[in-house]
Design a protein around this ligand. Structure first.
Ligand SMILES: [Zn+2]
Ligand SMILES: [Zn+2]
Length: 698
């Protein structure tokens, strides 16, 4: 009943080929190496055993690598070992009769079973009848399941089974020239003893062990090691990379067979839109970021320039150039040499074990050129964003991944890269009058500012890394738009309470008329520190506190009453009588009234004031650009109705010129014996402006 056991029995008389001339030189070969591969399939999946129809399914495969290094002459036989092998068979057989059903099945895959000590394979020369290869180690032990079903009830059984393949084979003729013993044959069911409908097809290739083995190599040139893709601003070709592939012999000698042709193929070529992250604006192209080109001789270039095919009449090497069209492009290159004798050779980088090579030269899990990572001395994955200069513990990074910093940007018409260690901030200044402020901020913050031209950042979206499809990415990162304020004449960031990050800033508005005020102690013009203040708002920094207010001091007889001055110019509150003091404590209320009345007209009615309060905008480190410095009066601790006037040359407030690193009051805000703090420390959670700068939109 074990039909399948027989199916595998491929025995038959050796096929006798036509007489061939013998080749005495083949007997000089000391040892042979080679492979045999075979597949078996059913001729017919329906057979009958007597009157019983049988359904079959079967697939078989076998491969082995052999080394035959024991020679005995007359007859000439080389015997040896099976080095590697795989035998895979899966089979089912279903026999159905009116009252019963028998289903037998097994499946196995793996190396052939070991066979201690004995000859595993041999090559035999049969005189003029040609040669044949015998695989004597050709079986694998497995288990077969038989399920017999009688009247709807299953009776399963399991038993051991040995699966054999290719017990017998054909003779093949000797080659006319060369030392490759090659043959392909088909063993049909009728070639074997039984009438089992399996066809085995097999191929043998043996060659002398000491024969020259060919390889196709691409030199790991310094050009390859140092190349990174580039492009022109207009999307034209960047600097090409020339690559040379050469067929080499394992023995260092000239290859013993001719190269018929080379095939160069770019695979998995990127199609990132635009040429950098920001340019051209909102690019939608999906053109291939690398192409092939070559010169001389006859070649065929595919329409998409991803494949070059060249027929060779002589020589063993070929040269092709890779042309980049994107600063961040990537692709894989495969090169194949078609040989006159033997299988095609697929190129490897010299010294590498994997086929093909990556463009640019890069790690398997990266799209960034190795050379750039080496120059920047940055490890880390392509999508990391670990910029930490300036170090802001709560806000690492600048929203640009390592890949995005590498691919780069166009700024003022030049290709620029991001700095993977330092935070990069992009600004589009349409006013042209705040460069001093940008420089001041750059100096104090250590953040790198990239100035863009119109056309390098979308004035609606403010995105600076929008050109992407597959490039490693973390967040839509924004630059900052700076434009003239046409409504009022004040500096104003989008949200003076501190934007979250650049992505939430609509624009920094700049007045047409320069902001005036005293220069900072380091000589920085007032307009520059004022602009830096606004830029800090755009990066999430709030004032040192809140609560400073506009007031109107109304003269009523010989008293002065303070009202709140609303933005529309109206007064509110009930009017609090106040006492005006000088810094030294002298009462100056009467002098104030007399002075105002001497001016006559509206001035004689009173005066508006800017009042600074404890822990308000003017508190904290008095060297910080974030601190307000324009109060005209300040409160006096412990005396709610006292107002101390701020006089030029007497007790004026310093202009900030740095970025503070603490919330502690310094200078006028420092509390010392005999010198009370004017506004105190920064409010809770405020101050320490350096630790609040947030460049990343993540
Ligand atoms: Zn402000
Ligand atoms: Zn500050």
């Amino acid at each position: 009943m074990h039909l399948l056991a027989s199916l595998l029995c491929l025995l038959g008389l050796p096929f006798l080929s036509l007489a061939q001339g013998t080749r005495p030189d083949l007997l000089e070969v000391k040892a042979w190496r080679g492979t045999i591969t075979a597949t078996g399939k059913l001729v017919d999946d329906k057979v009958s055993v007597g009157a019983t129809p049988v359904e079959l399914s079967y697939s078989g495969s076998f491969s082995a690598e052999v080394l035959l290094d024991q020679f005995e002459n007359e007859p000439a036989v080389w015997s040896g070992r099976v080095l590697t092998s795989n035998l895979g068979v899966s089979s089912t057989m279903k026999a159905t009769s009116p009252h019963s059903k028998v289903e037998t099945s097994y499946a196995t895959s793996g190396p052939v079973d070991a066979q201690d000590g004995s000859v595993e394979a041999k090559l035999e020369f049969h005189g003029e009848q040609g040669w044949s290869l015998y695989i004597l180690r050709n079986s694998r032990r497995t288990e077969e399941t038989t399920v017999t079903t009688v009247d709807g009830k299953d009776y399963p059984a399991r038993q051991g089974k040995t699966v054999h393949v290719l017990k017998n084979i054909q003779n093949f003729p000797y080659p006319d020239k060369g030392f490759d013993l090659e043959g392909t044959a088909e063993l049909t069911a009728s070639d074997s003893a039984g009438d089992f409908p399996v066809i085995w097809q097999y191929t043998v290739h043996l060659f002398p062990v000491d024969r020259q083995v060919l390889a196709l190599e691409i030199e790991d040139s310094s050009a390859y090691q140092n190349w990174r893709p580039s492009a022109t601003r207009e999307g034209g070709a960047g600097a090409p990379l020339e690559l040379k592939a050469t067929v080499v012999g394992s023995d260092g000698k000239i290859p013993n067979t001719r190269v018929k042709g080379f095939v160069w193929e770019l695979e998995k070529t990127s199609r990132e839109p635009g040429v950098t992250m920001n340019y051209p604006l909102n690019a939608k192209d999906n053109r291939l970021d690398m192409e092939l080109t070559t010169q001389g001789g006859m070649f065929v270039l595919s329409p998409d320039a991803q494949r070059v095919e060249r027929a060779m009449s002589e020589g063993f090497s070929d040269t092709v150039s890779v042309v980049p069209f994107d600063w961040g492009g990537w692709a894989d290159l495969k090169v194949t040499a078609i040989m006159e004798v033997g299988p095609p050779l697929v190129a490897k980088l010299k010294g590498a074990s994997e086929e093909g090579l990556r463009l640019p030269k890069r790690a398997a899990d990266s799209k960034i050129a190795d050379v750039w990572k080496k120059q920047q001395a940055v490890p880390g994955p392509d999508d990391s964003d670990f910029d930490n200069i300036p170090a802001v513990p709560a806000h690492t990074g600048d929203g640009l991944t390592l890949y995005e910093e590498y691919r780069g940007f166009y700024a003022k018409g030049q290709h620029v890269e991001g700095d993977p260690m330092k935070k990069d901030l992009f600004v589009l200044d349409t006013t042209g009058i705040v460069d001093g402020g940008l420089k001041k901020f750059e100096k104090e913050s250590k953040i790198i500012i990239h100035r863009l031209d119109q056309g390098e950042m979308d004035e609606q979206t403010h995105l600076i890394n929008q050109n992407r499809t597959k490039g490693p990415h973390l967040v839509a990162q924004h630059g900052i738009l700076i434009k003239f304020n046409n409504d009022t004449n004040n500096y104003m960031a989008c949200d003076p309470q501190g934007a979250a990050s650049p992505g939430s800033v609509k624009a920094i508005l700049v007045p047409h008329a320069p902001v005036t005020g005293p220069a900072a102690p380091d000589g920085t013009p007032y307009a520059d520190v004022s602009f830096a203040h606004e830029l800090m708002h755009a990066l999430g920094v709030r004032h040192h506190g809140d609560g400073d207010y506009d007031a109107y001091w109304k003269i009523e007889g010989n008293t002065v009453k303070e009202y709140r001055l609303e933005q529309d110019g109206s007064l509110s509150g009930r009017g609090v009588p106040i006492e005006i003091l000088r810094e030294n404590g002298d009462v100056a209320t009467a002098a104030f009234i007399a002075h105002r009345q001497s001016m006559g007209g509206e001035a004689a009615q009173g005066q508006s004031q800017l009042v600074g309060v404890e822990q308000g905008e003017s508190s904290g480190d008095d060297t910080c650009m974030m601190r307000y410095d324009r109060n005209s009066v300040h409160l006096k601790p412990g005396q709610p109705n006292a107002r101390v006037s701020i006089q030029l040359g007497v007790n004026e407030e310093p202009v900030g010129y740095r970025i503070c690193t603490s919330s502690k009051g310094t200078g006028i805000n420092e509390s010392k014996p005999g010198h009370p703090s004017r506004y105190g420390n920064a409010a809770t959670g405020r101050g320490n402006c350096a630790d609040k700068l947030k460049v990343s939109d993540l």
